[in-house]
Design a protein around this ligand. Structure first.
Ligand code: C5P
Length: 307
């Protein structure tokens, strides 16, 4: 994406839940969570250009779901309008969004776009709200927006509003695979059934990818059964990833349908992704590095990772 002459480019990395413990349901319908969240090198790219009004143009390989919707409903545009209100900024902004993260895929695609727009506009408008105001604005946009704004490996609690650093994580790679289904997050939460189980936070820093996989195996994504009941292809996706050479563990991210396989090396992840692509050409699949700390501006100037 070419930077606009007067504007700014920013990237929005995919959010991946390595664990997702759902521990209770609040009276307002929201659920209390405990989740280990990391960011992966699958990036939406966003350009922000000063303009008199607010507008959004979506392009890219995953734009098809969004093109059918009213841009006014897009969370990236809602984030821009909300930030303008907070900053008392009178003009608008033209947003170009290159969508590479599958929509409604459990990777926080909309939330990470919104967070990137907030980062971009703070820089474009030289506006720095207090941490509290920024956090409040992010949470109103969506429960995953605060963690996306933080952009580093995080333990997320509450409904997504309580955030702290994850223990240091070792180097590892992911293969992300989506069996071509978009699942509604509210529907997955509604479909979840059974007693709530306690969270099992990751407390010790894993020493290696193998150790991380062993620790994650003892933990859960509590939305998996609900997602499989709504989209049985999620079960097939998990089985496919689990069977790949070098796959240390496979789980679902967020409310699905995207699943991840964990690998110790880039070579194994790249090879596994090619294997899945050859066997399931209709699925979306990507090898991904884990970005332990995201600089959305520095990454915007880097060419995309080769697939
Ligand atoms: O906040 P956001 O719009 O991303 O959430 C989408 C939906 O997911 C909510 O309307 C709610 O049904 C469900 N959700 C939940 N508990 C959370 C986060 C989301 O029940 N902590």
């Amino acid at each position: 994406m070419t930077p606009p002459a007067t504007g700014i480019c920013v990237v929005a990395p995919a959010k991946v839940n390595l664990t997702l413990h759902v521990t209770a349901r609040r009276d307002d319908g929201y659920h209390l969570l405990e989740s280990l969240v990391v960011f992966a090198s699958v990036l939406d790219r966003i350009s922000l250009e000063p303009a008199e009004t607010f507008s959004l143009v979506v392009s890219g390989p995953q734009s098809h779901h969004l093109e059918l919707l009213d841009p006014e409903d897009n969370i990236a545009l809602r984030a821009a309008r909300a930030m303008a209100r907070l900053a008392n900024h009178k003009d608008g902004v033209r947003i170009l969004l290159e969508k590479n993260i599958p929509v409604s895929g459990g990777m926080g695609g909309g939330s990470t776009d919104a967070a990137a727009v907030l980062h971009g506009l703070m820089r474009l408008w030289s506006f720095r709200p207090s941490r509290t105001l920024l956090q409040e604005l992010a949470l109103v946009l969506g429960a995953d927006v605060p963690v996306c704004l933080r952009g580093r490996s995080t333990i997320m609690e509450g409904i997504g509003d309580s955030l702290r650093d994850a223990p240091p994580l070792p180097g590892f790679w992911l293969v992300l695979a989506n069996p071509g289904v978009a699942i509604s997050t509210p529907l997955v939460f509604q479909t979840r059934s059974g007693a709530f189980l306690p969270a099992v936070p990751l407390t010790d820093a894993p020493r290696s990818a193998e150790d991380l996989a062993a620790q994650l195996r003892e933990r859960r994504n509590d939305l998996t059964a609900a997602a499989i009941s709504l989209a049985p292809a999620v079960g097939e996706c998990l089985a496919t990833l689990t069977g790949l050479p070098g796959c240390l563990l496979a789980r679902m991210s967020g409310s699905g349908a995207t699943c991840w396989g964990l690998f110790a090396t880039e070579y194994e992840a790249q090879t596994a992704a090619r294997t899945v692509h050859a066997a399931k050409p209709e699925w979306w699949v990507a090898p991904a590095a884990v970005l332990h700390s995201v600089d959305p501006f520095a990454l915007a100037n880097r060419p995309p990772l080769s697939r």
